[in-house]
Design a protein around this ligand. Structure first.
Ligand code: PMP
Length: 434
């Protein structure tokens, strides 16, 4: 059965399109050939649709699924520890204290911890706090980095956007906010120093690895240069570790790089798919939030610290502490990257495989220099990238068939799963050979 023939069993996709705009609840979920896909079940390294198809899940929901779908330990923690506890809307629960302490132990910048429900809320609060404490309004972000859907940052995060909607942000956004956002090239430290020279930038926000264009690694010394430029100019340095946090290590990429930001946003892999995120950082900054008696920066949310999600996060972190999750996913990631290089070179097709730990992506790009700047991506063959992934999907392997989407490995994946992807790649490329 080809994906195009996936039937809309029970008419659910049609019903969805009638009642949900476009039939999906996030613009990032639209995939070619899979317009009628209705996910029926998730389990371990797989998901299943209502048409009875099984997909080896190499997307892992974009990063949250680090232990595999339906990890028993996490689900047990979520259900048992929150069985007699829902929302009271006053004070705090023991679970919130436990999770905040856990995060503070692991994440170097986390002197204080506040919980939100999504990564976008965390980056929103981080930027507002930075503006408040510095008394400045401008922020700096980097081309290719995504930080959520709110006005200050919903620009300059995708190649498609750059080509088709250059200079624009989401319709309906406040134009004045755009004027306060400067977008620089990833890995261009001197541009950062220039931008910060006038001491009028409130915050520099960055994904320490630019995973929203696959995997663009920070050049040697780049994060250190950001750190010193921010310190020198009194600018708040924000690491958006919504993807890298917990997936690459319990301390995030800041623990790996040795660069400690002022504020950090966390989400996704923190709770293996349960909805929760966090904003953590320096005590003197974080204590400016209105959760403290004297704080003037509004921070609120009915569902912040929801017991089910908090218990899931504790369960996820406990699991990662007790079981060598990172060793496993890093090893499979290495094998996947090496294997892809080998398969593509066998067929003489130029690609550059990038990635870190459990994340991998094959750019259709000649050369060996890697992807160091956003401009490098202009040479990447997006049509081939998508065509390759559509063929993977036809073979029951789900790598998101949209340009520049990264793939993820979870603890539920095995060596055999990696072999299966490599075997499918070989099969696809054999079909492409003249
Ligand atoms: N920051 C980064 C780096 C992200 O990748 C995302 C989501 N893809 C966000 C922030 C926003 O998180 P959420 O979708 O939970 O609002």
């Amino acid at each position: 059965m080809t994906p195009a023939s996936i039937s809309d069993r029970g008419g659910l996709a049609s019903r969805a399109r009638r009642v949900i705009p476009g039939g999906i609840n996030s613009a990032n979920r639209r995939a070619p050939d899979l317009e009628d896909l209705v996910v029926a079940r998730t389990d371990g390294a797989y998901f299943y649709d209502t048409a009875g198809r099984e997909f080896l899940d190499m997307f892992c929901a974009g990063g949250p699924i680090i232990l595999g779908h339906g990890c028993t330990d996490v689900d047990r923690s979520a259900s048992e520890r929150s069985r007699h506890l829902d929302l009271a809307g006053v004070g705090r629960s023991d679970l919130e204290v436990e999770l905040a302490e856990l995060i503070a132990v692991h994440v170097p910048s986390a002197e204080r911890v506040l919980l939100t429900m999504s990564g976008s809320e965390a980056t929103y609060h981080a930027l507002r706090l930075a503006r408040a404490v510095t008394g400045r309004s401008k922020i700096v972000k980097f081309e290719g980095c995504y930080h959520g859907w709110h006005d200050s940052v919903a620009i300059g995060f995708s190649l498609n956007q750059r080509e088709e909607r250059r200079g624009r942000m989401s319709a309906g956004s406040l134009v004045g906010v755009l004027d306060e956002t400067e977008i620089l090239d990833f890995n261009d430290a001197s541009a950062v120093r220039t931008a910060l020279a006038d001491r009028d930038v409130a915050a520099v926000i960055i994904e320490p690895i630019a995973h929203n264009v696959g995997c663009m690694m920070p050049a040697d010394g780049f994060l250190q240069a950001l750190r010193s430029a921010c310190t020198d100019s009194g600018t708040v340095l924000i690491f958006d570790e919504v993807v890298t946090g917990f997936r690459h290590g319990l301390g995030g990429y800041q623990a790996i790089s040795g660069v400690t930001p002022d504020l950090t946003t966390l989400g996704k892999a923190i709770a293996n798919g349960y909805p929760i995120a966090a904003l953590v950082g320096r005590a003197d900054l974080m204590d400016g939030f209105s959760t403290t008696v004297d704080g003037s920066v509004l921070f609120a949310g009915t569902y912040n610290g929801h017991p089910g999600s908090v218990a899931a996060a504790i369960g996820t972190i406990d699991f990662m502490t007790e079981v060598p999750v990172h060793a496993h996913v890093f090893e499979l990631g290495e094998r996947m990257r090496a294997g892809l290089r080998e398969v593509f070179s066998r067929y003489g097709i130029a690609i550059q495989v990038a990635g870190f730990g459990s994340v991998y992506v094959a750019y259709f790009l000649a050369g060996t220099g890697g992807v160091a700047t956003f401009a490098d991506l202009a040479m990447h063959d997006a049509a081939r990238f998508v065509a390759f992934r559509r063929e993977l999907v036809q073979r029951g392997i789900f790598e998101f068939p949209v340009n520049l989407k990264r793939s993820h490995i979870s603890y539920a994946h095995t060596d055999a799963d990696v072999s299966r992807v490599l075997g499918a790649a070989d099969d696809i490329l054999r079909g492409w050979s003249p």
